[in-house]
Design a protein around this ligand. Structure first.
Ligand code: NAD
Ligand code: GLY
Length: 379
């Protein structure tokens, strides 16, 4: 694969859409915008120009519905003749067939036709499942991402990866299916528990080491403001993260090469999530710990100095993310990572750093990986 450019420059396609700054995702055959700002749920401009249909369906969960669904419902009621809501059970452990089927049951019982627009109101779990349902229902209906977690605003709502988990692996069953629009209302983060905000910061931090060393420095400088939910700091973090993700997805929508860098920390992280049982560690927590392990692997491969591992360790720890990995044992980690989607002919491949701001995909000998996971359980 080709390496990531030294720094992905702020997107030239970033434009202003009314009051809401807007980042464009352009895959060559799909183009949509990500609108970022406070109060967008209540702004009619957020919903104008979307596909017309008789029905809109809000897909959300039992936690988010009482907090935010009425606002979205009120906004959509002026546009669609019938707006209904399907509430899924909350949790990564429900990112599965029965919950997905609840969406299909709702759509079929409600007589939804192939123009019905789905609105994914929630975090990455709701977004991934609503997107998957939209991609399958009647062979594809439009959907809009309305992410309500930091993680979803900076990562999962953008780029069209949709999936459910399988007992044998995370996100193993899914589709690439792009949304018609992404609306990041920063006000929805007001109700987000702090642990979830911190988990989302892991995916923000990720963009620094893989693509933008300047952004990494900015995160280090503004970490306290981010943790304190400073509006300006959050807006910049969401916007710069979306710019980088849009740039990567625009170059490589189907993960033929470059897009794999977005999985920095995820090979170790997915093993932690699956090994501990889905839901025990938050996805962002596992990715945070996994990024430290992937940086350590980069150092053991001789790509970056030990100081880079220390720098990532300090930042993740300051953010409140776990840096000590669960002691599952090297054999179990290797078994779990063997199912990673980046594996080729049985060989696991890792996103590693060549420098801060530049990532590549490499295979690594089992002995090095065993050293990483064993040491990570002792830090
Ligand atoms: P999540 O969807 O489980 O949300 C976290 C928790 O916060 C849930 O309990 C949810 O109900 C609650 N919540 C959401 N918004 C809230 C709000 N505004 N106020 C109060 N509570 C709120 O977790 P997540 O971290 O958003 O997403 C993780 C998922 O995203 C994982 O399944 C992961 O695989 C997936 N993911 C997908 C991609 C992608 O490209 N598609 C990228 C990264 C992660
Ligand atoms: N979160 C990884 C990706 O979107 O490719």
């Amino acid at each position: 694969m080709s390496p990531c450019p030294d720094t992905l420059a702020p997107s030239e396609a970033a434009v202003s859409h009314g009051a809401a700054p807007c980042v464009i995702v352009d895959t060559g055959h799909e183009r949509y915008d990500i609108r970022i700002g406070r109060g967008l749920l209540d702004d009619p401009a957020s919903w104008s120009g979307l596909p017309r249909a008789a029905q809109a369906v809000i897909v959300t969960n039992t936690t988010i519905a009482p907090l935010w669904a009425a606002r979205l419902h009120a906004a959509l009621a002026g546009i669609y003749a019938r707006v209904t809501t399907v509430e899924l059970p909350d949790g990564e452990e429900h990112k599965d067939w029965p919950a997905l089927n609840q969406i299909f049951d709702h759509l079929l019982r409600g007589g939804c036709d192939r123009k019905t627009v789905l609105f994914a109101l929630g975090g990455g779990v709701v977004g991934d499942m609503a997107g998957f349902a939209a991609g399958c229902y009647m062979r594809g209906v439009p959907f809009v991402q309305v992410p309500t977690t930091l993680l979803a605003q900076v990562d999962s709502s953008v780029g069209g990866k949709t999936a459910i988990n399988h007992a044998l692996g995370k996100n193993m069953i899914g589709l690439f299916y792009q949304p018609a629009r992404v609306i990041c209302d920063l006000a929805t983060l007001d109700t987000l528990p702090q642990r979830e905000l911190v988990a989302g910061l892991a995916e923000v931090i990720k963009y620094g080491p893989i693509a933008d060393a300047v952004f990494l420095g900015w995160i280090e400088e503004h970490l306290d403001a981010l943790l304190a939910r400073d509006a300006g700091a959050l807006a910049h973090a969401v916007r710069r993260s979306c710019e980088i993700k849009a740039e990567v997805v625009g170059q490589d929508e189907r993960e033929g090469g470059l897009r794999a860098i977005l999985n920095f920390g995820h090979t170790f992280g997915h093993a932690i999530e699956a090994g501990m049982g889905y839901g025990a560690w938050l996805h962002g927590e596992a990715v945070g710990c996994g990024m430290r392990m992937a940086t350590d692997l980069s150092a053991r491969l001789g790509l970056v100095p030990a100081a880079t591992v220390d720098r990532m360790h300090r930042l993740l720890e300051r953010a409140g993310l776990p840096v000590r990995a669960p002691a599952l044992g090297a054999a179990r980690y290797l078994e779990l990572m063997g199912r990673d989607k980046k594996a080729e002919a049985g060989q696991v491949r890792f996103v590693v750093l060549e420098a801060l701001g530049r990532a590549v995909v490499r295979a690594a000998p089992d002995e090095l990986i065993a050293g990483v996971v064993e040491d990570a359980a002792r830090v």
